[in-house]
Every structure is written in C-alpha cells, then in structure tokens.
Design a protein around this ligand. Structure first.
Ligand code: IVH
Length: 711
C-alpha cells in the first residue's frame, strides 16, 4: 500500500507537523491540511490494518486535533474524505451487520490534571452545578481490547456485535456465546427490562496472552503483537471453537439501553451509573471491581487516575487509561452528547509506553569487573513522563539479534518502573544510509596509548577489558565499594567519588579510609559539618560486618547472597587466600565459577596487600560472632515459608521488610501463585491482594500482624 520511501516521508512529515502548532494563513492552511490528512490516513493504516503504529496514540491525537482545529477555522477547506469526516468505517463482509439499538459513541481524551479540571468545569456549566460544589464521578479502567455490544431480549442473550462504525456493527453472537464471562441468560425482567443493550470490552489476561504466544512460538506460528490484537482477532474467528480456545473474557462497563414490554425507556429507573454497574454485577456479569471508584469531586478523580497510571503494570489486563463518568444519570442527560462522544464522560489516557526516535550513536561504558556495555545515544524523546536520550544496549548479542544500525528509527518502551529499552528497529523506515554498529575489538574506554584487546569468555554475554591500564575500572570499583548495597557510605555518592578521583585522592579502595579531610573542607560545596558527617559514615563503614566488605570488592560473580554464605564460614577475610576449590564445594549454592573467581582474586598479591592496608586503616576484616550470618533455624517464626509484600508499608521500606522476613526464616518471592504462603498487604494493595484472596490458600497479613510475628 505504501512504499518504504513514502513511509519514511510520512513519518518525517508527522514529526515536522507535531512541532508546528501555529495557526497558518489561509494560503498556507490548504497545504498543511492536505499534509495532515495524508499523514493521518497513513497512521490509521499502520494502526488499524497493520496493528503496528509508528507514532504514539498521543501524537496521533495531536495531529488529529490540529486538523480539526484548522477545519474549524477554514470550513471551506474541509475535504469530505478527511479522517475527521469519517462517518462510516468499512465493514468486512464476512460477518452480517447489525444496527446498534443506540449509537456507540467514542470518548473525548484527556492527558493530565489540567485537562480533567477543564472537563469538570464544563460539566459544572452544563449541569448548572455551582463551581464550589463537587460533582460525583465514577472512574473505571479503560480496557484495551475489543469493544462488544450485547443485546438481551426477555433475559436471553440474543445478539452480540462489534462496534463497527458505531451505528452498524458486525454480528458475532456465536463467538460471544463461547466467552464464559458473558451470561447467556440474565434476570433483567426482574427489574422490568425487556430489551437491554450492554457495552463492554473483550480482553485476554496478560499472563494467558504470554502463554498463548509461547505456544505459538513453539508451533512456529506468527506471534501476536499485544493482548488487544489477540483478543480482537479471537472475537473474529470464523469458527467459534477457535474463539473458545483463546481464553477470552468480557468486562461490561455500560448499560446503554433498556426498555420495558411496551418499548418505553426504563433507564431512568437507575439513578446512577454506579447502580447500573452494581446491578449488572449481581446479574452475573464481569464488571470493574476494586479498580472502579465513586469519587466526590475532580480532585479525587485525578488522584485515582494517577494512582492507576503508576500501577497499570500490576493490573492483570492491559489498560490504556481510565474513564471518568458523571455518576448521576439526570446530570448525564443535562450534559448531553456531541456527534462523537458523550459530554458526561472523558477518557484519561495514560502516557504512552512506547515512542519512536533516532539511534544517533553508540557509546561504551566499562563496569567494575571490566564488562563493556554499549549505550545507545538517542534523539531525545518524551516517554511516559521523562525524556529519554540514552538506553543500554546490554551487549553485542543484543545489537546483533535486533539488527540495530546507526541512523535507525527505533521503537523504545518504558513500562512502569522498567528501565527504558529498545524494542526493535523500524526497518521499513530505513533509507539505506544506516550503518552497522561495529563492536570494538579494543577497550574503547581506555585513554592511554596501549590498546587492550577485549576478551569474551565462554558462556558470557559481555566482552571484558581483562587488564585495565587506564584506571576506568578503578573508578567504577570505588563507586561500587561505597554504594548502598556494598559498604553503604552515606555522603560519598557517585559524583563525589568522581571528583575525589579527579583530584587524585582516591585510587585504591584503601584510599577511602585515608581521605585528606582538611583539604576536603576547603572544597566548594563542603564545610566542617559535611566533613564531620562524612568522617562519621566512613567510621561506621569500618565496622561493617565482613559480608558487606566481601560484596564490596567487585569480585566477578560474587553477589550479596554468596558473600553472606562465605562470611558465615570464615573467621577472617584473609582466610580465603588459603581456600581450595574443594573447600568451596562444601557450601551449598556456591558453584565452580564463583569459586574460581574468588580464588583468583585472593591469589593476586596486590589484592592481599590491599586488604592488609585496609585492615591497618581500621577496616574490620574479622568475623564477630554477633555478625556471623546464620541459617535461620527450623523454629524461626517463618521458617520455610514463602512471603511477598504488596502495597505501601507504613513503618518500614520494602527492603527492610524483606530483610526482616528473611531473618525470620522466610523466603521472599515476587509473584502471587499457589506456592505463596504469606502475603503482607500494605496500604492500597491492589491486584496481588485480589489474586491471593481468589486463590484462598494464601495467608494474608497486615503490616502490624507481620511485625508482631517476626519480633
Ligand atoms: S464508555 C458512551 N467505559 O474505549 C460511553 N468505554 O472511545 C462510551 N472503553 O472503544 C464508552 N473501557 O470500548 C467506556 N470503562 C470504559 C471503557 C471504554 C474501554 C473503550 C470503548 C471504546 C473506547 C471509547
């Protein structure tokens, strides 16, 4: 449909148009409007036909609004084929069409608190509510699946159809009947309703979606891009048996039409939207549960929307926003409708998780054990609330598998708390001017004359610089040594370590314990007080238990857990210089690779000298009985139990809680499953708590109950 060159041109043009939002003159408007129409049609094709958009929903909406604006200013320039003038979408002929009992409208969009405040203001105007009074709203998830309309006549599901063009949908009753969350019979007549039309969304739970894709991969079938495609595709299967295998579910979020035996409108019997959802719930429909909230006033609405924006990943289904609806039906009627959407509802769209941008360059960083990490430098792009300009490419294999090239347009994703990463290169936008990324053969960080050839050991994904001659690794080791997970020296953060390194005060780890405090006091940003604090935190670090010291030495593969296991077996850190491979085999969980790395480190005379120097500077190398880590005994309060914390804890951080649990003999896990023994639910616990309750086998504790158990 589009050549690669056309696609590139439309992509560039979109980004150009997104930058210019000024009102053009009449002459200029004509061509801007033509451009906007062309790019919108292109993006609709990418989205609806290919299911593979190249711009975010937000960007698409911006372009759409820009065109709508210009059309409002220059009505004489409206083209009847403009995407804004689309009254009927094409229907496929495979399914018979069915007219909805009442048109299925769309929703207006909002993106931030300001938009929601504007919406609230407008609702108040339309409903004649005084500005100082609160309007009651219902907020519920905006499910990201396939829309469905369900008609019940005399309590029987008589027809199910897709949205289609909003007036006519495609009838697929046979397929809907296999979705078990859609009741085939529901007692509407008890409420005096004879004909009812409901609106809802067909979805696939995220974990089931992943299973389906895994199975398809094993069978060599094409993978679904996302749960929405799997759901809408599943709904449109020719054979209902295939639909049944997709694990589809339907949430119902609207009672759109209800008449009695005489055909008179009976919707008015339900005073509020919330009551109608409650009624549907009692009749056996799946309706929004704890993720639905009746809010007094827009402030509560905003808080609830932002709360879910931060936690969308915890929700078991894909949601792309929240929907805000005026609760009272009489007020809804006063607000009325445009031809496109109700004026009593608005979608709050979450910030896009994905965006496209250019891969400009690759830089390399060296880590504390010499691993070389490639980092992509990107044209800065806003994504889910932050601007992204660089992302890690992890290692050479990542670059090769994704076939990334310099100059590529790449799709970046940032989901929830997950660090941003490159999903793929948009190969269809290549111009031919892209360059392959040549992974360096020699250490790219080394700034001395002597080139150092990189090595890659068998079974490892990283290239490493084996003998650092430039000091770059020393710096990384120093940064690691003082960090929170290692010696935990407060007041000696990364930038200060870098500064002291530049000044020549820090070279080896021992230097940390002989800093020139008088000179530091003279530095800009330091004074007597900060130096006293720094001295105190270094003094504290000197007394650290030896498992922290072991972990802080940057021994390849020696993590926190193994450091603890080793510390439990020795009386003094230097004991390890006499350990043989055989000695390590007695410790469960310590494999040959770690053993070899620890031995190699302790066989290096310069490392032994370093430890001796540290000891002479007062650093504790001796195991004290009080610090000796012990395996929790069988009578520890939580011995052998698996435990998970969810929600916000009031008296301690998540990490502290996990440490307490571990000390009491429990094992921390990350997901709710039938294997979970205990869930500690803090404030605003969400889907994990719900799932645990559903399982019925998990013991749910409050923070207080947990503390009294372990203390
Ligand atoms: S209410 C007249 N509520 O969002 C009210 N829609 O543009 C119109 N959607 O594809 C819809 N979750 O299927 C409503 N809780 C929810 C929704 C929801 C998802 C979808 C709907 C349609 C789009 C609206």
């Amino acid at each position: 449909m589009y050549t690669a060159a056309q696609q590139r041109a439309f992509y560039e043009l979109s980004k150009e148009l997104l930058k210019q939002q000024l009102q053009p003159s009449h002459e200029a408007a004509e061509s801007v409007m033509r451009d906007l129409r062309d790019v919108l049609i292109y993006h609709e094709w990418r989205y609806y036909v290919l299911n593979d958009p190249v711009v975010s929903d937000f960007e698409y909406d911006q372009l759409f609004k820009h065109l709508q604006n210009l059309e409002a200013h220059f009505p004489e320039l409206i083209d009847p084929d403009s995407p804004t003038q689309r009254v009927s979408a094409d229907l496929t002929e495979d399914f018979p069409s069915a007219e909805h009992l009442t048109p299925m409208l769309s929703l207006a969009n909002s993106y931030n608190a300001e938009d929601l405040n504007d919406f609230d203001e407008q609702v108040k105007k339309l409903t004649l509510t005084p500005a100082e009074e609160d309007v009651e709203y219902v907020v519920e998830p905006k499910y990201d699946g396939g829309t469905i309309a369900l008609v019940y006549e005399n309590d029987i599901l008589s027809r199910a159809s897709t949205r289609g063009n909003g007036v006519m949908g495609e009838e697929m009753t046979a397929n809907a009947r296999v979705i078990r969350s859609i009741p085939l019979k529901a007692g509407f007549s008890r409420s005096g309703f004879q004909t009812v039309e409901l609106r809802g969304e067909v979805l696939i739970r995220k974990d089931i979606f992943n299973q389906i894709n895994k199975k398809r991969e094993a069978e060599g079938l094409a993978l679904f891009a996302n749960p929405r495609n799997a759901a809408t595709g599943g709904l449109r299967m020719k054979d209902p048996k295939e639909t049944a295998q997709r694990g589809l579910e339907a949430f119902v979020y609207q009672l759109a039409y209800a008449t009695n035996a005489e055909g008179a409108d009976e919707l008015g019997r339900l005073r509020t939207h919330d009551e109608s959802i409650e009624l549907l719930g009692t009749l056996g429909f799946k309706v929004p549960g704890e993720e639905r909230k009746v809010c007094k006033g827009i402030r509560e609405v905003i808080d609830f929307c932002l709360h879910w924006q931060a936690r969308r990943e915890d929700f078991p289904y894909e949601i792309d926003g929240m929907v805000v609806k005026v609760n009272r039906r009489d007020l809804q009627e006063r607000c009325g409708y445009t031809s496109h959407h109700p004026r009593w509802a608005i979608a709050f769209k979450f910030q896009a998780k994905q965006a496209t941008t250019k891969l400009l360059n690759v830089e390399y960083q060296v880590g504390k054990v010499g691993s070389i990490t490639p980092v992509a430098k990107l044209e800065p792009v806003p994504l889910a609330g932050v601007t992204i300009s660089s992302v890690s490419l992890h290692n050479e294999d990542f670059i090769r598998t994704k076939d990334l090239r310099l100059g590529d347009t790449v799709l970046v994703e940032r989901a929830g708390d997950v660090i941003p990463y490159i999903v793929k290169a948009m190969t269809e936008l290549r111009t031919g001017a892209e360059h392959p990324i040549a992974f360096p053969q020699f250490c790219p960080v080394n700034d001395t004359e002597e080139p150092v050839e990189l090595v890659r050991e068998e079974g490892e994904s990283a290239w490493r610089c084996p003998i650092c001659v430039c000091g770059a690794q020393d710096l990384q080791r120093l940064i690691w040594h003082v960090s929170k997970d290692a010696m935990d020296i407060e007041g000696l953060g990364k930038s200060i370590v870098e500064r002291f390194y530049e000044l020549g005060w820090l070279r080896t780890l021992a230097d940390v314990y002989r800093l020139p405090y008088e000179q530091i006091e003279q530095l800009e940003g330091f004074g007597p007080k900060s130096v006293t604090n720094l001295k105190a935190s270094i003094e504290k670090a000197r007394q650290n238990p030896i498992q922290r010291l072991l972990h802080s030495l940057s021994i390849h593969h020696l993590g926190q857990k193994i450091s603890k296991l080793l510390a439990a077996e020795i009386g003094h850190v230097l004991d390890l210089k006499d350990w043989t491979a055989e000695d390590f085999t007695h410790i469960k969980d310590v494999g040959p690779v770690v053993a070899e790395n620890v031995m190699a480190w302790f066989h290096h005379p310069s490392n032994i000298q370093l430890l001796e120097e540290m000891e002479s500077l007062g650093v504790n190398l001796r195991q004290t009985e009080e610090d000796r880590p012990r395996a929790a005994s069988a009578d520890a309060p939580l011995a052998g139990k698996s435990i998970l914390f969810t929600g916000t804890l009031q008296t301690m951080g998540r990490k502290e809680a996990q440490e307490k649990a571990e000390a009491a003999g429990a094992r921390n896990v990350s997901a709710v499953s039938s294997k979970l023994d205990i869930l500690v639910a803090g404030e605003a616990a969400g889907s994990k708590l719900k799932k645990a309750r559903e399982l019925g086998t998990v013991q749910v504790l409050t923070e207080e109950e947990f503390l009294s158990l372990v203390s």
